[in-house]
Design a protein around this ligand. Structure first.
Ligand code: UDP
Length: 475
């Protein structure tokens, strides 16, 4: 039935509009577009702005992503309260997820138009938090794939219905009751059952065992559906590294002047705000570690304030211990707001990463071969930290979490000790660095032509292409 008049397949990608979800889907868009397919990236206005900004730095020869903007619905979005200890889980998440349901109508119109112009040759890839995307896809009979932004280990233990081993805090603090209720009310299981298949941003060399387990659980519950591991979805620069790239930003210039593998990079991503008390302990711990450090000090993004607002962070100094910036000026570099994290991690001066273990940060650190001090805050981050420290052995946990940790304050001494362990020239430290390099090479091989993730992306494309090609164009 296919002839020269058959329109091209349109791949529509719909990320959840938060930093950690946006990057991954953007890199997936690029990878699909680089295989010659038409890609439309659909999200809210603020995030389109950020996505365009990111894409500007990429070599445009190999891909072409088109953007479609949906209006940002209004929702309750308070600034984090730094005096309140119970702030780890982003309070604006559920209101945001719910508000985004208003986008169903404009999204429906978009898909209707695309179906008309592309003779129903539409395929949709979406974030699992946007279930309404799936209902629109079903209405237009478009194959719809769920793209998971978290690790497979986490999904496997969650879907098995068991707690994460040795992760007591995660159960009581990281996924609050309210979120769990919300998830079950919104039929996560139904959503998994409706999907045409699943994509994960990970690679076989990292989590093969958990991928098999996850697929087995889903097979039992939802029938036979493919699962493809297509990650890590990152730019090549993570492997090529930055040396002396001084025009990219002052923190990279500063890194250029440091000894190889000596700097501790500290960042908690875009959805976490540490309390005032915790910031002070961290500050003292970094000072006491005697290592050079590069610390991104910021509060969580919200819809009004995002990484694009440079001016809002002047007050950060007030959160630090008295006279701190003068004392550490020789050895420490503070970034207010946003660091070019991929460039920092792949810089030869970076020796360790103190991280909240967001899945992006974890994958980026693994791909850059940088060992981690794992300091999770909420959601999947506790599972990621266990994966890093216990399963993969490319880092240490900042502390042993117990049920008794009511406010989970990490002391300056715990920070200092964990940094020392990762940077140490002893057997443990050297083994962690060896593992980190090994996994970095495995990640690079997975996404290179002929690697496991490369092949699985091909298999995914083949899957939807076959479905659409076998269809009668008028169907
Ligand atoms: N990031 C960055 N600069 C910063 C902080 C974060 O480039 O100063 C990027 C980081 O590289 C990662 C993303 O923002 O790609 C954060 O995602 P992650 O999953 O680690 O955490 P989240 O922000 O979702 O909590």
């Amino acid at each position: 039935q296919l002839d020269a008049r058959t329109p091209a397949i349109q791949v529509v990608l719909v990320p959840f509009p938060a930093q950690g979800h946006l990057n991954q889907m953007l890199h997936l868009s690029r990878a699909i577009s680089a295989r010659g397919l038409d890609v439309l990236y659909v999200t809210t206005s603020t995030h389109i702005q950020q996505a365009r900004h990111r894409v500007q730095g990429w070599n445009p020869d190999h891909f072409a992503i088109r953007f479609h903007e949906l209006p940002m619905p209004s929702f309750s979005d308070p600034q984090p309260d730094l005096e309140n200890k119970d702030h780890a889980f982003p309070m604006n998440l559920i209101p945001l997820i719910e508000a985004l349901e208003d986008l169903r109508e404009p999204f429906d119109r978009l898909i209707q138009n695309l179906c008309f112009s592309n003779l129903n040759r539409i395929v949709i890839v979406h974030d699992p938090l946007l279930r309404w995307v799936q209902t629109v896809a079903a209405k237009y009979l478009a194959p719809a794939y769920i793209f998971s932004c978290v690790n497979t280990y986490y999904s496997a233990v969650k879907e098995k219905g068991i707690g994460i081993p040795e992760c007591v805090v995660s159960e009581k603090r990281c996924l609050p009751e309210r979120f769990m209720t919300w998830m079950s009310r919104h039929h996560r299981a139904e959503s998994l059952a409706l999907a045409t298949g699943y994509l994960v941003n990970s690679f076989r060399g990292l989590e093969s065992q958990f991928m098999d387990e996850l697929q087995e659980i889903r097979r039992e519950h939802y029938g036979e559906k493919p699962l493809w591991a297509v990650g890590p979805l990152l730019p090549q620069s993570i492997w090529t590294g930055k040396k002396g790239n001084s025009d990219v930003g002052s923190c990279l210039r500063w890194l250029d002047g440091q000894a190889p593998a000596s700097v501790v990079y500290v960042s908690f991503g875009s959805t976490c705000s540490l309390s005032r008390q915790q910031i002070q302990e961290l500050a003292r711990g970094l000072e006491a570690s005697q290592q050079p450090f590069l610390w991104v000090v910021r509060v969580a993004d919200n819809a009004r304030f995002t990484a694009l607002d440079e001016a809002r962070m002047d007050w950060i100094s007030e959160l630090l211990p008295e006279g701190y910036e003068d004392r550490i000026a020789e050895r420490g570099f503070l970034v207010r707001n946003w660091a070019p994290q991929l460039d920092v991690l792949s810089h030869e001066s970076t020796g360790a990463f103190v991280t909240h273990c967001g899945w992006n940060s974890t994958l980026e650190s693994i791909s850059a071969g940088v060992p981690m001090v794992a300091w999770p805050q909420h959601s999947d981050q506790f599972a990621n930290s266990i994966l890093v420290a216990k399963e993969l052995k490319v880092g240490v946990e900042v502390k042993k979490w117990t049920n008794a940790d009511e406010n989970e304050l990490v002391t300056a001494e715990e920070v200092q000790k964990a940094i020392r362990r990762v940077m140490a020239e002893d057997e443990e430290g050297m083994e962690m660095r060896r593992r980190a390099k090994e996994l970095r090479d495995a990640a690079r091989t997975a996404v290179a032509e002929g690697g496991s993730s490369w092949n699985e992306l091909e298999a995914f494309i083949h899957h939807f292409t076959s479905i659409l090609n076998e269809r009668n164009p008028t169907e």
